[in-house]
Design a protein around this ligand. Structure first.
Ligand code: HPA
Ligand code: ZN
Length: 337
């Protein structure tokens, strides 16, 4: 009986993903479909070899190496048809897995290798949204190490297309945190704040807690990962006091060695400390994971049904969407309004 209840809560818990990269969600079957659509030759016809090319290797040493895995998926995302279809296929896959709401993020500046403008890429993704039944919103990523004018263009596009639901809802900063520190992006997020664009920042993943402190000082309401705030009691208190939501992604953090083992994973500690945590996949294609699997890993570490419900409540509250949509999600997933 207890087991059944826990299973039920568990299934519902794995229903919202707030941190998922479009290019990181290209599985081998999606890659094949995108290749056929765009008449692109994949480096191999062999399924096993293709899977190996698309997923991170066990020898991956850090985030920098992890990010190298994105080159093949990105080759398939350089036309409007490719981006549109990728958004549709990824959303369809999430829907089949039982998700009811997702925020898909991508960096428009990484989709301009074959002549698209950043705006073309945003348009294409918005077209893809129209073709899916899943409730999806988009987050536009700026890139660490990207040229400043390109990052500014991304923020300007977010301002132009910003809605409270059904399209572009926020911006982010992705890329190599260990090489390009958060403090260098102050101007960018000043602009985002002036334009009243909600934002999250990848921080406390390849760099330490000070990176999260900087992101919060800029005005981030959510932090991508934040797994390393465990290194600073002061930053943990700051995150707690400010009610910042952490978008935690266990498999990703293990693969990039932000954390060395699941037993060191600080999610339960954060929850016990009253920090607002959510569970997400980051790059399900590259990591070979899905949201159910992420929850299974945490269950092995002792995550309870009650904690799963809390994680789901947090995901609803953290979502970059309207209060009306949150109300609907609460009704549907928590049986309350
Ligand atoms: N960190 C930074 N950039 C990324 C990541 C990540 O974990 N995944 C995809 N882009
Ligand atoms: Zn990420």
């Amino acid at each position: 009986m207890v087991r059944l209840e826990s299973k039920l809560l568990f299934k519902r818990a794995a229903s919202i993903d707030l941190h998922l990269h479009l290019d990181g969600a290209i599985t081998s079957d999606i890659a094949r479909k995108l290749a056929v659509l765009q008449h692109i030759d994949l480096p191999t016809e062999n399924e096993e070899e293709l899977k190996e090319l698309l997923t991170v290797s066990e020898e991956c040493r850090d985030l920098n190496e992890f990010l190298e895995c994105f080159s093949l998926p990105l080759k398939l995302l350089q036309t409007t048809a490719g981006i549109r279809e990728a958004v549709r296929l990824v959303s369809e896959r999430l829907s089949k897995q039982g998700l009811v709401y997702a925020e898909i993020r991508f960096a428009p500046q990484l989709h301009t290798e074959r002549g698209l403008t950043q705006e073309d890429a945003v348009h294409a993704a918005l077209e893809g949204l129209k073709e899916t039944d899943l409730h999806v919103n988009l987050i536009l990523c700026c890139m660490r190490g990207g040229e400043e004018h390109k990052n500014m263009e991304t923020v300007n596009l977010a301002e132009k297309y910003l809605v409270t639901d059904g399209g572009v809802v926020a911006v982010d900063l992705a890329g190599a945190e260990g090489l390009f520190p958060t403090k260098d992006y102050e101007r960018l997020f000043l602009k985002a704040r002036e334009a009243k664009i909600p934002f999250t920042i990848h921080a406390g993943e390849a760099a330490g807690a000070e990176s999260v402190r900087d992101a919060i000082a800029f005005g981030a309401s959510r932090i991508g990962h934040g797994v390393r705030i465990i290194e600073s009691e002061e930053v943990m208190n700051l995150v707690k006091e400010k009610g910042i939501y952490l978008e935690m992604c266990p498999t990703s953090n293990l693969q990039t060695h932000a954390v060395e083992s699941l037993s060191d994973y600080p999610l339960l500690t954060y929850m016990e400390e009253g920090i607002r945590v959510t569970v997400n996949t980051d790059d399900p294609g590259i990591e070979g994971t899905n949201l159910t699997r992420e929850f299974s890993l945490l269950e092995e570490k002792g995550l309870t049904g009650t904690q799963e419900k809390k994680l789901l409540e947090n995901a609803i509250e953290a979502a970059f969407t309207s209060e009306e949509v949150k109300k609907e999600l609460r009704k549907e997933l928590l049986a309350t309004d």
